[in-house]
Design a protein around this ligand. Structure first.
Ligand code: SOE
Length: 384
């Protein structure tokens, strides 16, 4: 049984813990967070024996084989590097790092140490996203002409909406693109089996000044004091709320993407449409158990998530019968089940290629983010 330590206990850290416990493939033996009270309450809730306020202490625990990094983005590189140096496998939240140089260094260090580095692109693991990949990869759509869509949220619509993600020193030089565009592009490459080769991007910051509440709040939480004028300070914002991107992929595929964290009514609306010579597919993460299949010469179809209808490898990623919805929490469970099974079977030593997103995928995303920032700043197409 693997032994795991979780670093960072805000929004996504506990989500990793719940998902990992559901796999039954690991024991969580330690948690770490600079907020000691948060760490202790989380440890009590999940019955975790060791609590640290400094991640370095957790990394010295010889019992731990795998470390999950769920901290703000700017810490990912230093913690992942220290964990690899300490001989631990790493599951790191996206984005892997705040620049491609750091991401590439982590990818090479994991290789050099013979360790496994995972980038947590969990949204690939919705059963019908896996089904979409199966259908595209087995030619059901015919030659793929276009892949397009959006990832829309509204949790940063108001100038009183604030989180660490708005501080570029903590979140990195890109916000909406690195935070949610990374998920969308990872899914696009996963389904199409193609990489982005060039792009043209236009980024916008609609709210150049925001009001930061003095009450610390987590992602998606609205601070109590947001409307009290005495309770906030004004902060200049230098990262994007919104992006529109044209792109080209290998195999001649054309694409477009809209990314927004200021689209009222869209909570976590990741949507794609794949247009092929024979048929098309469309899916969105707010109705993840439905897959639209478009036809020219017959009625369109809508597939409901049902293990008995899933094809090939997709069948592995549905745990419940048709009609029992599988959603966001299940995606992390499926990802971690694939990762920890690979680690338990020592897949690396047996030369098995990981089927889950690795540090190499995290590096590709970092390169993409930098190309998007460059294209928008220079208002031109950028090659990758
Ligand atoms: C905030 O935009 C966020 O929590 C992202 O960081 C996650 O990756 C996404 O799944 C939900 O929204």
């Amino acid at each position: 049984m693997m032994k795991t330590g979780i670093i960072g206990l805000g929004f996504i850290g506990p989500a990793h813990m719940e998902a990992l416990l559901r796999t039954g493939l690991s024991q969580i033996v330690a948690v770490a967070d600079t907020n000691e009270q948060l760490a202790r309450s989380c440890a009590a809730k999940f019955n975790v024996p060791e609590v640290y306020s400094d991640y370095r202490q957790l990394l010295q625990n010889p019992e731990i084989n795998v470390v999950h990094i769920c901290t703000p983005n700017y810490l990912h590189y230093e913690i992942a590097k220290a964990a690899l140096e300490a001989g631990k496998h790493v599951v790191c939240e996206k984005p892997l790092a705040i620049c491609s140089k750091q991401a590439e260094e982590l990818m090479r260090l994991a290789e050099e140490k013979g360790l496994t580095g995972v980038t947590s692109f969990n949204l690939r693991y919705y059963p019908l996203v896996q089904q979409a990949r199966e259908m595209v990869q087995t030619g059901k759509l015919g030659r793929l002409y276009a892949y397009h869509g959006s990832y829309l949220q509204d949790w940063l619509l108001y100038d009183t909406d604030y989180s660490w993600r708005l501080d570029s020193k903590v979140s990195g030089p890109s916000r909406a693109v690195a935070d949610i565009g990374s998920h969308w592009f990872d899914m696009a490459c996963f389904i199409t089996g193609s990489r982005v080769t060039e792009l043209c991007a236009d980024l916008s910051t609609f709210l150049p000044v925001r009001k930061k509440s003095r009450t610390q709040c987590l992602t998606f939480q609205t601070p109590q004091s947001a409307n009290d004028p005495m309770e906030y300070e004004e902060i200049a914002i230098d990262t994007e709320d919104f992006a529109t991107i044209l792109f080209r992929m290998e195999n001649g595929i054309r694409g477009s993407l809209t990314i927004s964290q200021v689209s009222a009514g869209r909570k976590n609306f990741l949507q794609f449409e794949a247009d092929g010579a024979e048929s098309a597919l469309s899916w969105n993460s707010e109705q993840p158990n439905r897959l639209w299949i478009g036809h020219r010469d017959q009625c369109n179809e809508e597939m409901i998530k049902d293990p008995g209808l899933l094809q090939g490898q997709a069948r592995k990623f549905a745990s419940y019968p048709g009609g029992h919805a599988e959603g966001f929490p299940d995606t992390s469970k499926q990802l971690l089940e694939q990762v920890y099974s690979y680690l338990a079977e020592d897949g690396r030593r047996h030369g098995i290629k990981p089927q889950f997103p690795t540090f190499a995928d995290g590096w590709q995303e970092a390169r993409l983010c930098e190309a998007i920032l460059e294209s928008s700043q220079q208002r031109r197409w950028v090659q990758l």
